[in-house]
Design a protein around this ligand. Sequence first.
Ligand code: 2P0
Length: 330
Amino acid sequence: MRTTTARAYPNIALIKYWGKRDESRILPAAGSLSVTLDAFETTTTVVPNPAGDADSLELDGQPADEEQTRRTTAFLDHVRSLAGSEQPVIVRSRNSVPTGAGLASSASGFAALATAAAAAFELDLDTRALSRLARLGSGSACRSVVPRVAVWHAGDDQASYAEPVDAPDMRMVVVTVDRGRKPVSSRAAMRLTAATSPFYDAWVSSTEDSLAAMIDACRDGDFTRIGEITESHALRMHALIQSTTPPIRFLRPQSVAIFDAVEKLRENGLEAYSTADAGPNVIVLVRPENAEAVAAALDGLGELRIVGPGPGAHPLPEGSEVPAATEGIS
Ligand code: 2P0
């Protein structure tokens, strides 16, 4: 075993993953499609700990809480089982934005951890196997293993991984309206949706149709069609989530104001399309040449950042280790 460091980026789903058909293997009820970003990255170092009797986890220089440590150990158990090892490790992870705020995500977190841990345990995994492994930490993480645009296939354990899709170049204007931790986790909200929404079956079957249309639009390079499907699918997901018992609403008045502003831009001839994940922040999909103009038009509606498609998860060279908390104190 050896100490290794890896980096991964969050992704924004254009076709959303919302619902599992198998909780323990994290198999999605339907396929999804996303763009891996070139910002808001997570960097994770895995250090073998022969003297330890359990894994330990530091997040952004602080010891992680019990739930975060439990979830990390459960994931590392999958890696150990593949490697035929029982070795505990020290994991140190750093987000470029605060954890739980806006875009620091379980996708970049588990994609970076899967990549670093696979290398630390000297597993020889191709991108497909690595995507499958990352999925066991968090579903959306399997898409962050892949650069740029990725489709995550539904299916059984072997068939459920992400792979690249040809797509035109795009930019995303991220409009952050709230950096706070969300009141309910995606995992819990997803579970509640499957258990209580009367619309859930229709959501699953229509998502497969939307995914097929989206893949065609990507391969045709049809930005307008990509945008239309993206916005419609996001609104369907939020409608679905609001239909749970008790209801959950992630969008705020400010989020809706951004959807309205984007619709106005389109009416005025500037093409842009909105989407939002399980939170109030809005991501506006634009053609590269329109990114600055759209950002300028949305000025005042939130904290703005233009991001592009980014790299897949990858190991970093020796010397890139995330420092231990105590190493930063002088
Ligand atoms: C997505 N989201 O496709 C959707 C849209 C949030 C809204 O994937 O339970 O954190 O770890 O598999 O991956 C968030 O779900 O859930 C998510 P788990 P995950 O990006």
